[in-house]
Design a protein around this ligand. Structure first.
Ligand code: MTE
Ligand code: MO
Length: 402
């Protein structure tokens, strides 16, 4: 390196900076900062240093918000435990004693019970579900106009195999009373500030009774890591993971509506499309996931070989229903993609690929569009909302031919 070195001592003392030539400064600036999340390639610092994690994008350390780099989704349809994104609203215990852990089942039940892990494991048949864990705010950082909240790229999602028992079998231990409407969950995490609401979430009773809604202890054939909710978490396949309460400690059967903060006031979408100027509009809770798809073989701005065939690959999912098809879309054209034979079920990532016989020039603004068996399809334009929830606009990149 030519020119003065920027030593730690120099930084602390504030000395030596005057001697830095402008081009050197510009270079350092380019390495250190890149706030250009929307559109285009975006450099975001990663670290392998977070306990229990591989290389992750650090959004916040305490409580942790860690994002999965998109490159992980090239590797396969299962996201390894050490690369799964992490999201906590409040601080949580960093150690849980399994022998002492209990799950209280109460509220509108015939007989409130306090269950050990063995009680839960023995409550019914052991079930495995491969399902996508996706934050409702995934991709929020790409919103234009911008919105507040964690500036996630598209890495606040991942797909894992979850093992547990059916929630309805656990509920049966207490017996659901007549007139029950919803089932609410709380975990061991507690608010940092006095009077702030605890992170509790509820789902409608019919959802709680479904075959594939689990109280899970296994993630990809391992015990749930602490960061992902050891020893137990709720899994609601097809719904955003805001309902997948971690470190489960309380199950409460409700009669009537849930007026709690994270159900009645936040994690809600406008009932009708709004603009940034809209005020006082009705909202609905975020629930089922819409379809999404991503090109993982190439990133925006990548160079491809002119005159040669080009293989594009990626992942897609149907959301709350199975994926039906994926199309590669450009300006005024579209080509169907092949779905991989490996199918881990309706709630999992599925790989897709398409081979273009010959690259004739740049590919301006191409993307993939997923459609599920219910006919839900990714929109051309962002359906903007003030919290950047449920993003599923077609994601586009440009490839240069040379
Ligand atoms: N106990 C508890 N469970 C929780 C949360 C939380 O803050 N506390 N956050 C929810 C939200 S908003 C998301 S996106 C997922 C993230 O799950 P993960 O950290 O395993 O990826 O956990 C959900 N379950
Ligand atoms: Mo979330």
């Amino acid at each position: 390196m030519s020119g003065p070195r920027l030593s730690r001592r120099a930084l602390i003392a504030g000395a030596g900076t005057a001697a830095l030539a402008a081009p050197v400064l510009a270079k350092l600036g380019g390495r250190m900062i890149d706030l250009a999340l929307p559109g285009g390639p975006s450099l975001r610092p990663t670290t392998p240093a977070f306990p229990g994690k591989g290389e992750m994008i650090v959004q916040r350390i305490r409580p942790p918000l860690l994002e999965t780099p998109m490159a992980v989704f090239r590797e396969g349809i299962i996201t390894p435990n050490d690369r799964m994104f992490v999201r906590w609203n409040w601080p949580f215990p960093t150690e849980v004693k399994v022998a002492e852990h209990r799950v209280a089942v109460g509220g509108a039940v015939k007989q409130p019970v306090s269950l050990t892990l063995d009680d839960i494991a023995g409550a019914g048949e052991t079930v495995e579900v491969v399902a996508i864990n996706q934050c409702a705010g995934n991709g929020r950082g790409l919103s234009e106009p911008r919105v507040t909240g964690t500036q996630w790229g598209n890495g606040a999602m991942g797909c894992a195999k979850w093992t547990g028992v059916r929630l309805r079998d656990v509920l049966a231990k207490a017996g659901v009373s007549d007139g029950a409407t919803r089932v609410r969950f709380a975990g061991l995490d507690v608010p940092l500030t006095d009077g702030a609401p605890q992170f509790i979430k509820s789902i409608p009773l019919d959802m709680a009774m479904r075959d594939d809604v689990l109280v899970a202890w296994g993630m990809n054939d391992e015990p749930l890591p602490i960061l992902h909710g050891f020893p137990l978490r709720i899994v609601v396949p097809g719904w955003f993971s805001t309902y997948w309460v971690k470190m489960l400690s309380t199950i409460e059967v409700l009669t009537g509506e849930d007026e709690s903060h994270y159900v009645a006031e936040t994690y809600r979408m406008p009932a009708q499309p709004v603009t940034p100027e809209s005020k006082d509009f009705p909202t609905v809770p975020i629930t089922a996931m819409p379809p999404r798809s991503f090109i993982t073989s190439h990133a925006d701005g990548d160079v491809v070989a002119l005159g040669k065939p080009l293989v594009l690959e990626g992942i897609a999912f149907g959301g709350d229903a199975a994926l039906e098809r994926v199309d590669l879309v450009g300006k005024g054209w579209e080509i169907p993609c092949d779905l991989a034979a490996e199918d881990a079920g309706p709630y999992a990532f599925r790989r897709w690929s398409v081979t273009l016989p010959q690259v004739a020039g740049d590919f301006e603004s191409i993307g993939v569009r997923a459609r599920n068996v219910n006919g839900a399809v990714q929109p051309e334009a962002l359906v903007w909302n003030p919290s950047g929830y449920a993003r599923n606009v077609i994601e586009r990149i440009t490839l240069r031919a040379q």
